[in-house]
Design a protein around this ligand. Sequence first.
Ligand code: DC
Length: 233
Amino acid sequence: MSARKNGIIIALDGPSGAGKSTVARLLADGLGYMQIDTGAMYRAAALLISQAGIDVTDQLALVAFCNELDIRLELHNGRQRVVANGADVTELIRTPEMSLLTSRTSALKPVRDALLKLQRLLGSQGGVVLEGRDIGTVVFPDAELKFYLIASAEERGRRRYQELTLKGEQVSLEGTIAEVIARDQQDSERDLAPLRQAEDAIAIDSSHLTLEEVLTRMMAIFHQRTESTGSTL
Ligand code: DC
């Protein structure tokens, strides 16, 4: 099934808060694959654009800036860190403000073009779990295995609320659910690479499943697929 050097490409798409990041990390760890969090890359790009004060309506300035973006996913003590222009921005990119800003800047073509190139470079050898919105539709339409992870907006809002309050953020549950819905809308209604399930993606609804159940399902499908096609991994 896979002619790639390090294994297959697993695309894991879905709306924000469906649990993609945790599932992607566990899936990658279980398979000895690399996890590529493309949302984190879009967040880092948004942060750099805002820190540099780039006028996003100025196409030339934006293209020039995006061509120079230096965004890396680095492992430090077994944990993945996001490094942007040399600075560790792992925590800085996770605020609600950054989520909304990223949803806007990730709709811009120069930003998508630059990150698309980088994501293809990172993933083409295989042995990767890429999580995002457009992995199965745009970044790697030829990925050997595609999952589309969903959950109701209420459930996703609740999870996000718990995550933020645990970190000490002052947010309300209603506000967090509203923010999830607003981002869904921005992500799925944009012209470029909107959030959409690939035709050949396997949808999993995590609303009423535990993390372990989601993972067990994915692992079973992975083994079924790779064994039935005799892929060497
Ligand atoms: O997965 P996340 O919440 O960290 O993503 C942050 C934003 O980046 C989200 O609003 C959608 C955007 N994004 C995207 O447009 N394409 C991707 N492949 C991943 C994320």
